[in-house]
Write a protein that binds this ligand. Structure first.
Ligand SMILES: [Zn+2]
Length: 233
């Protein structure tokens, strides 16, 4: 099996509603928020883990194409497809199946960094409004008997309108149907636009759209040109 080409996939993910991808409470100090979002450990700027995007794309595609065990029985325990034969397993990797003939997982999904435009906008908001790259949303439970709001709890979200740089790399081997794999990824992105990313989608969180989607084929035999300035410094 030989690597034939690499397809670089890029897009701008725009949050059309607040987006919440939970972080760890362990890193939050006493008096901090109950439900923080995930942030870069040094800059504290929120990002979207590649694993969150990849996992969501996969689960949406599996909802269309189905899930099977490595013994080709219907997957019942909520686990991803591990058949080792289908296109979802080819692109995303067969889950917990070490006995397959598919070769390496074809899709790499990078962590999505916030765009410079959004960083500038939210930095400005931080100075004028005191928000720190996020909004704090309070939710309640309505008491069914008297209609009052009980049990207030706070969730941190990435504000609507924030954008992130999506970067993925698709590895195409000589046995692969490149167009079919690209179409599968496009289908996954379409499904995601009609679903949600992160948590609390049924309560309005996590609606996203993908702008400027581009697929660029990279020649694997090309040798990187290092400029003389870089090499002499
Ligand atoms: Zn499969």
């Amino acid at each position: 099996m030989k690597l034939k080409s690499l397809v670089h996939i890029s897009a701008i993910l725009v949050c059309e509603t607040g987006l919440r991808i939970g972080g760890s409470k362990d890193t939050i100090q006493i008096g901090g928020l109950d439900n923080p979002i995930i942030r870069h450990p040094i800059s504290d700027i929120p990002y979207i883990p590649g694993s969150s995007i990849k996992g969501k794309l996969r689960s949406l595609l599996e909802s269309v194409y189905g899930r099977r065990t490595k013994h080709l029985q219907p997957q019942v325990n909520g686990e991803p497809c591990s058949c080792g034969l289908c296109d979802v397993c080819r692109v995303f990797g067969p889950h917990k199946n070490t006995n397959h003939q598919l070769g390496p997982t074809r899709l790499i999904v990078r962590d999505a960094k916030m765009t410079k435009k959004s960083i500038d906008l939210l930095t400005e908001a931080q100075q004028s409004k005191g928000v720190f790259f996020s909004e704090i949303k309070t939710e309640n439970t309505i008491n069914r008997d008297n209609g009052t709001a009980n049990n207030p709890r706070q969730y941190e979200r990435i504000p609507e309108g924030t954008s992130f740089e999506i970067e993925m790399v698709l590895k195409v081997y000589d046995e692969d149907d490149q167009q079919k794999m690209i179409d599968l990824i496009k289908q996954g992105l379409m499904l995601l636009e009609n679903d949600y990313l992160g948590s609390s989608g049924s309560r309005g969180y996590g609606k996203v759209k993908f702008d400027k989607l581009e697929f660029q084929e990279i020649d694997v035999h090309k040798i990187k040109n290092v400029s003389s300035e870089e090499s002499s410094s």
